[in-house]
Ligand binder design. Sequence first.
Ligand code: AMP
Ligand code: MG
Length: 421
Amino acid sequence: MSDQHVECGCDERPQPLLSTDKALTTLINAAKAISTTELLTLDKALGRVLSANICANINVPGFDNSAMDGYAIHLKEDQINTPGVRSFEITDRIPAGATGAELQPGCAARIFTGAPIPKGTNTVIMQEECEVSADGHSIETWRPLSLNENIRPMGNDIQSGNVILTKGSLLKAQDIALAASVGINALEVFSKIRVGIFFTGDELVEPGHELKPGQIYDSNRYALVAMLTNLGCDIINLGRIKDTLEDTISALDSLQTQCDLIITTGGVSVGEEDHVKPAVEKLGELNLWRIKMKPGKPLAFGQIGQSAFIGLPGNPVSAMVTFLLFARPFIKKTQGCSNYLNAHFKVAVNFDWHKAKPRREFVRVKLDQSTLPATVSQYPKQGSDVLSSMVWADGFVEIPEDSILKSGEMVNFYPFNEMIV
Ligand code: AMP
Ligand code: MG
């Protein structure tokens, strides 16, 4: 995909348009996993990222055990796979947590799920498949019995020495449970990353206050705090910053010493009210990208001291979409996650895309999974200021650059329930 030059409508030279893929690759290549780690008890580890492989040093199960409530039996040679009714004397009772004595040939032990198979046992029969004698001293079965029925062998789930969880895993309930099952009570995870945020725009007002003419409520602040909280980041939120170069520089300067990443929204165009670019350039380095995408387009990426910098566009839909497409994978890689790219799957559009457009479009859609393949319909208003499209939608689809689509054609769908919750 070749980048192309367009007019930028300002005094500076036109910036090259960058493809979405190139922008993402550049960001991902620049992201480095945080170097500090901490040891957390299992109850505190949910949603954190493992910083080292975890090995088991026991077998699970640690002993051969019964998969059923029933009877452990020591079949004699002539009792294996032979027809006819058979009777076995009950010589023991083994609940889970206890151990039994060695079973003699032709004998049975009452046994419960998870209890260790006593020595001598060569099969287990379910209680539903046998009958206990009136005096309770023996059982009778009426079907041929094979060796090793209903026995869970030692190490069936995990063998000592196995790597059970890998470095870079985002810890979910099942991962924590698996660590517990091998007796591990704490996990080494990457430290939380610290993200500093602020918002530019003299038109912005905090919700809860009255609007004066020309003012709007600051919604990006709340979108960003929510998305960063979802990602498990520590947040330093400076709130709204006055649209002056001095205030922007001082906000950036105070955050750069404390943060792994600074994110802002607004002010990344090159109009005279947009101070983010010159402020970052004064303190560090900045690339201002015009990305061949819609919504979005302006995105700034740079470095100030130890902190990376991502400047998102101001329009609320653009801010959220560019956060999800670019900042989210960058953050996940910085957190040490090995699986940092956004999950997506193929769906069919239920609309025609008549006109080929030069920019890749991320169209807010609702998903219908009652069809095969699943189909998506688009929100009628796709403007970058129409925040209700994000609430209505289940995700967005990616309409490739320069393409026309007929209803039924397949595109990539990025579900919000993966990326936002
Ligand atoms: P800018 O990128 O600063 O030129 O802003 C583009 C548009 O997004 C303008 O209409 C702004 O009013 C709007 N905008 C900027 N920041 C915010 C915010 N924090 N919340 C809601 N809208 C915003
Ligand atoms: Mg602005």
